[in-house]
Design a protein around this ligand. Structure first.
Ligand code: FAD
Length: 364
């Protein structure tokens, strides 16, 4: 029986993707999982995308793509966590998506293009989907959609994922790996790992044995404030430049409200730009005046400014197995601005790939 084959697995990376994969794999019979990572939940670093995310669920994947499948498979689990697991720190939030025809073709317009489509594939997935009436649209907006989504407090959610992994016996180790081949000798049992799961996000661009040149950063700058919005509006573009956008997300469980942002492709800049921060705050307050009860940006109470690099990849995320030095690696990276909303789907896909490897071994 394939299930009786013992599997030592090393997951490289402790972002939302590595942790979700580790949680899923550690729940399987016969697996022993080590998570190895340079950064762990609690760390804030520009090389570590996950803590900077809002994070909400806005399905960006075009119909028929792997990304759309991963998003579709993630939604039910996020909904279950909201309904049944309060300590995961995820809550429902009403979304309002605003589209300006003139943003078509701009970097942010392209980013939003599937989301803003007429009759999008996700309309039957998320609750309360509707087309906004003209009276609900702010000035300059041509069309809009509304539905019920979620917002994840990543500062609580990532440690919660660690705690769930620990319950399943996962062992966490700090490690800085320069070549994928090093991973196999780092399983906590001292035995060789049978499979490495590569969840290194943008760092797969430089990781020896991978060096995937399809990866590039999509810089995002945010302002985290104490003010409450009660709604998650996003707009397809701004008049401040083709790579600037406006979105607001109120995190669950006192996590503050994220004001964004931008989508600066190929920018590695780790420091917040103060001028951009002002534009972000002005646009957020203009889109949602209730943030400061009509009092302007001076009434925003700032917790912090931040910058994260979305691990974008030409062609979308890479989720596939590969034979490596006589062993197996399953890659799972390149989740751009959609790592949370595709996390459980990604972990399921990784599990299918691990199962296929396990079945091959069982036949030997
Ligand atoms: P990361 O979080 O970057 O983790 C990579 C891990 O690999 C880290 O633990 C790192 O230390 C480790 N690692 C890398 N290289 C090595 C090495 N050589 N040796 C050891 N360890 C290594 N997504 C959503 O779904 N919804 C949102 O609303 C959303 N908003 C976002 C807003 C912003 C501003 C940004 C920046 C991103 C947003 N995202 C959102 C995207 C999401 O944050 C990413 O897709 C996700 O965090 C990627 O997770 P990851 O685990 O692949 O990578």
């Amino acid at each position: 029986m394939a299930n009786n084959v013992e599997m030592n697995i090393c997951v490289l990376g402790a972002g939302v993707i590595g942790l979700t994969c580790a949680l899923n794999l550690s729940a399987k019979r016969g697996t022993s999982v080590t998570v190895l990572a340079k950064h762990m939940p609690g760390d804030y670093d520009v090389e570590y995308a996950s803590p900077w995310a809002g994070a909400n669920f806005l399905p960006y994947g075009a119909e028929g793509t792997l990304l759309a499948q991963l998003e579709r498979e993630t939604w039910p689990e996020l909904q279950r966590l909201v309904n049944d697991v309060p300590d995961a720190a995820i809550h429902y939030q009403p979304v309002k998506l605003y589209n300006r025809a003139k943003d078509a073709g701009s970097p942010t317009g392209e980013w939003f293009s599937s989301l803003m489509k007429e009759n999008p594939w996700y309309q039957n997935l998320v609750p309360d989907f509707r087309v906004l009436s003209p009276s609900e649209l702010p000035e300059g907006v041509d069309s809009g959609k509304g539905f019920t989504s979620v917002c994840i407090n990543s500062a609580v959610y990532l440690p919660w994922l660690v705690s769930q992994c620990l319950k399943n016996g996962v062992v966490f180790k700090r490690a800085v790996v320069s070549h994928l081949s090093e991973v196999y000798g780092m399983h906590h049992t001292g035995k060789q790992a049978d499979i490495a799961i590569n969840c290194t996000g943008l760092s797969s661009l430089k990781l020896g044995g991978v060096m995937d040149t399809k990866l590039f950063p999509g810089r995002g700058q945010i302002v985290v404030v104490r003010n409450e919005a009660g709604v998650m509006p996003s707009i397809s573009g701004t008049d401040d430049g083709g790579d600037e956008v406006t979105y607001i997300m109120e995190r669950a469980a006192g996590g503050g409200t994220i004001l964004g942002g931008c989508f600066q492709k190929h920018s590695w800049e780790s420091q917040p730009d103060p001028n951009l921060a002002i534009r972000i705050m002005k646009r957020a307050v203009a889109l949602c005046p209730s943030l400061t009860n009509g009092k302007g940006i001076e009434a925003l109470s700032i917790i912090r400014h931040g910058v994260g690099l979305r691990p974008l990849r030409e062609g979308g995320p890479r989720v596939e197995k590969e034979r490596f030095d006589g062993k197996w690696v399953v890659h799972c990276y390149g989740h751009g601005g959609y790592g949370y909303q595709s996390s459980y789907g990604s972990a399921l896909e990784v599990e299918r790939l691990v199962d296929s490897i396990q079945n091959t071994r069982a036949k030997l």
